[in-house]
Design a protein around this ligand. Structure first.
Ligand code: NAI
Length: 325
């Protein structure tokens, strides 16, 4: 028999989790042979709503769902976990400056970092989804000194998946035919969807599409502003697609990416001139339960300019919360 995996999910009463929890309980992360125990964290005032979601999980009768813990205490949520989805965060409210938002979230992720350090298994895999995801992940790592920093990552996969579909539609190919795409940088409109090394059915993607102007003037801003476009159309921010991206990120990290590149926000080791310690989207290959940065890519002037822009934003965010690092 396979031991159940313990999975913490924060922000459990929120809209992303209303999709995410059901996917995890269905076996979409660890596979259909691995039972799961969900450890759900949300604020005290959201506990009743979490209980409602858990009633629905029960009503799905998922064969793999062994147990569910509901708590408002991060230490309880992170105890002995194998994986953590950090979705909960403080949304921007009217009159809130960017700096206030960064600081409110920094406070949350400082507390959660300490609890993670105290309670989680050392080999637990963590993804931060709650925005500002990259900087929140950096704060989490800084406040969990006894927990391996390489096991803390930020989600760029939604941007990656968004770009995949835009390229596939334009190139008239299947999304699964496109490989070696990368989204660099911050999960924000400055992110850089980079097609330079990408292939479609084995041919260079830039040749297949053959329209550099479309790439620069349409594709890059379309992906960058996709979150806003969804809010405009749906009246609420992306939720099911964000949950799906979190599942893709975690599943590939655990099961491998089959030699393909995927975009993950990871702590910089200084590669590509990205300041050490920033949680920055880079290309990685996942295998054997870990990831390896794609190293040594040649970066042209356009790529450098786009990379510099998004990295500058990460540096700005870091400087705004430096007191909590
Ligand atoms: P939501 O507002 O529906 O839910 C957030 C939940 O987090 C609420 O239940 C809230 O009570 C909870 N929460 C707040 N502070 C908490 C804390 N300290 N501990 C535990 N729970 C806490 O938001 P939604 O739509 O589910 O989005 C969650 C986050 O994900 C947002 O920050 C959003 O901006 C971000 N996001 C990130 C994406 C990415 O690609 N990285 C994509 C889409 C959304």
């Amino acid at each position: 028999t396979v031991e159940p995996k313990r999975i913490a999910v924060t922000g459990a009463a929120g809209q992303i989790c209303y999709s995410l929890l059901f996917r995890i309980a269905n076996g979409d992360v660890y596979g259909k042979d691995t039972p799961v125990i969900l450890q759900l964290l949300d604020l005290p005032q959201a506990q009743k709503a979490v209980r409602g979601v858990v009633m629905e999980l029960e009503d799905c009768a998922f064969p793999l769902l062994r147990d569910v813990v509901i708590t408002d205490d991060p230490a309880d949520a992170f105890r002995d976990i194998d994986a953590g989805f950090f979705v909960g965060s403080r949304p921007r409210t009217a009159g809130m400056e960017r700096r206030d938002l960064l600081n409110a979230n920094a406070e949350i992720f400082r507390t959660q970092g300490r609890a993670l350090d105290a309670a989680a298994k050392r080999d637990a895999k963590v993804i931060v989804v709650g925005n500002p995801a990259n900087t929140n992940a950096m704060i989490l790592a800084a406040n969990a000194p006894g927990f391996p920093t390489e096991n803390i990552t930020a989600m760029l996969r939604l941007d990656h998946n968004r770009a995949l579909t835009q390229f596939a539609q334009r190139g008239g190919v299947g999304v699964d035919e496109i490989r070696k795409l990368v989204v660099w940088g911050n999960h924000s409109p400055t992110m850089f969807a980079d097609w330079r090394n990408a292939t479609a059915a084995g041919k260079p993607l830039p040749d297949v599409i053959g329209d550099e102007t479309w790439y620069r003037d349409t594709l890059i801003p379309t992906v960058g502003k996709r979150g806003a476009a969804i809010i405009e159309a749906r009246g609420a921010s992306s939720a099911a697609s964000a949950a799906n991206a979190a599942i893709d990120h975690m599943r590939d990290w655990i099961k491998g990416s089959d030699g393909d590149w995927v975009s993950m926000g990871i702590s910089s080791d200084g590669s590509y001139g990205i300041p050490e310690g920033l949680m920055c989207g880079v290309p990685v290959i996942c295998a054997n339960g870990s990831y390896e940065r794609v190293q040594g890519l040649e970066i042209n002037a356009f790529q450098q300019q786009m990379l510099d822009r998004t990295v500058a934003e990460l540096v700005e965010e870091r400087d705004a919360v430096s007191a909590l690092l």
